[in-house]
Structures are given as structure tokens and as C-alpha cells.
Design a protein around this ligand. Sequence first.
Ligand code: RI2
Length: 307
Amino acid sequence: MLDIVSETHDKIKSMEIRGALNIAIAAAESLAVVAAEASGNNQAVQTAINEAGEKLRLARPTAVSLPNTIDYVQYLAKQNLDQDERPYRGQLIKSIASFISEQKSTLPQISEIGARLIEDGDTVLTHCNSQTAIDIIIKAHQNGTQLKAFCTETRPRHQGYLTAGQLKEAGVDVTLTIDSAVNLSLKEHEIDKVFVGADAVLVTGDLINKIGTSQVSLAAKAQGVDFYVGAESIKFSPQSVAGQVIPIEERDRAEVTDQLPPEINIYNPSFDVTDHRNITAIITEVGVIPPQAAYTILKEKYGWELK
Ligand code: RI2
């Protein structure tokens, strides 16, 4: 196994590389290196891609951008195996490169579309550290929309600190609050809209995202606050069409505390499921859709896989 594959696996697992889109891009980049460096004939290249993909797949279980990327590259590697070696390898590397640039282009497209949902005078709230949600808020600010932002601390890894820093750096008026103050913040600070990212969007339109997202959605629903999800199509789950359940990652107890004796049980789930009925709309690179239309995106983008 090439070093880059083990390194990428370890960086995703330890969350040095994190955020669902970043994970997808990093996996595709390391598979491109495998395609370029594997020795032997086309069959050997395909085997190397398959093995590397299976290793990367184990890094984290919940964000479907990772298996979607691996499945797609493995699908590409299966094509044209009977071609001469040079065109086969060249085409494979080129196709992975165009997949990567397509993924990179989705962020500006979503921020452009999402920013139109923020109006002058709005106060918005975001949870965790989603580049997609952050870019929507920053784009609205750059467009000249007068807005204020709230972000949650996001226990246990405090990824909200990163969000606060990124929004501040972009010149956004940002306030950080503790996770348990979301309900009060929505009311006391007259928050108009919530924007979050996605680790997986299911065929039902339900959302899997950082732990606490579902509670934010419940509070937003109770107070009539719009709840938007920014999600590239790479985060939609074709496996969910077949009824497959996405595992919720549980992480180390030390993320929560190392102050308690080991006989005290700790439950540290990294994600939760937000019911589609609490979601106003999902902002994708192909437009804003109601959560119930998730299957349309899946059919359009994953026809190759759903067949
Ligand atoms: P972007 C993150 O998971 C958060 O749950 C975030 O909302 C989601 O990925 C999407 O992130 P983690 O990797 O792709 O921090 O929008 O566990 O950056």
C-alpha cells in the first residue's frame, strides 16, 4: 500500500482532514496517486485502486462523501480495462482530476445560491464547522447583505471556534455561544435562519450532520425559524435508496473528558439524524430543493450506481 493512502486514511481518522467535502477530495487525490504509481497492467492498476479504496473507506463511517468518492473512482477504474495501458491509465487519472475539480466547483455554486436566501438585517446561526454553511454566510456578507451570525461552540471538539474565526476573518459580525444556549439564542437574538452542512442526506430527505444538529432543528421548528442545509450532491446517499443504514460514528471518550474515572460510561456520538420535516430546504449545486426531493438528486447524480 502506498504511503499516501495510509497517510490520508490516518489523517481522516484523526480528523486532521475533516469536513465532508475535504474528506472526499483528499480520498480522490490519493487514489489519483495510486492510479499514477501502481505498477503492472490495467488489471493491476484496478486492483491497486480497489485495495486502496477499501483501506480509505474504513477511515470514518458516517460522511457518505467518502464511500461515494471511492465507489465512483472504483467504477472509473473498471471502465476500459481492455484498452492499451497508456490510454487506460491516462484516462483514469484525467477522470479522477475532473471529478476533483467538479467537487471543488460545487462550493462557490452553493454559496452563490445560498447567499440569496439571506436578507438585509438577518441574523443567522450555524452549528459545527461546515465550509459549505460558512461560505454561504460569507458570500452574503461579501454581496453587501447586512447580517449578523451566531455559531455554536460544538462540543466536544469545539469546531465552532474554527467557524467563529473564519467568519470573523471574513469581516462578519459573529457571536459564539454554547450549544445548550441555542434555543434561547434563537429567541433572544431574533435569529431568522439556520444554515448547517451535511455529512449525509438520505433518500427520505433526512440529514445526518454533527451531533447537536437535530436539537438545533427542533428548536428552530418550535420557533418558526427557517432551517437550511448546504449539501453538495456528493453527500447524498445512494445506499439509503436500498434501505442501507448509515452507521453513526462514536468517538473516543477522551474527546468528552479525561477527568472521569474509566468506570463512568461515556457516550460520544459524532453525528445525529435531523428529520426532514424540520428542514426548510436543501441548497445543492443544482439548486434549492425541498428535502422530499432528495431522490431526484440521487437519480440524476448516481444513475451509474443505482443501476
Ligand atoms: P463541509 C463535518 O463533520 C460537520 O458535521 C459538517 O457539518 C460536515 O462535516 C460538512 O462539512 P466532521 O468531519 O463539507 O467535522 O460542509 O466530523 O465542510
